[in-house]
Write a protein that binds this ligand. Structure first.
Ligand SMILES: [Zn+2]
Length: 113
């Protein structure tokens, strides 16, 4: 499953960071999941529960923040609502995705001795 490989990558990223900083443990992770990222936050959370045992994240809580999709005009930068055609009502140019497709490890709270 998609979410499992994301969790594996996430935990190894965290392990690297913890090693680099000489952390004794990790207490909390903050992850941002875009609405268009193709990741289900619930599935990610349950995959995390399965994988975190015996890793550096064993005692770490996972906080997931959902990020809504947001579009803006590629010409003038005006916000474009996701309704019908994704075209700017001002200048008619196509909209581009500003955020909403990301999977970001935003912050790690570590116990550094
Ligand atoms: Zn425009």
């Amino acid at each position: 499953m998609h979410e499992y490989s994301i969790v594996e990558a996430l935990i190894s990223r965290v392990a690297e960071e913890a090693r680099a900083r000489g952390a004794a443990g990790v207490s909390r992770l903050y992850v941002k999941i875009g609405a268009l990222s193709g990741v289900e936050p619930e599935l990610l959370a349950s995959a995390y529960e399965t994988f975190r045992e015996r890793t550096v994240c064993a005692g770490a809580e996972l906080r997931i923040e959902r990020v809504a999709e947001r579009w803006a005009c590629s010409g003038c930068g005006r916000t474009v609502e996701r309704a019908g055609a994704l075209l700017c009502p001002e200048c008619g140019r196509p909209a581009r995705l500003v955020e909403g497709d990301e999977i970001v490890l935003e912050r790690i709270e570590m116990e550094v001795p």
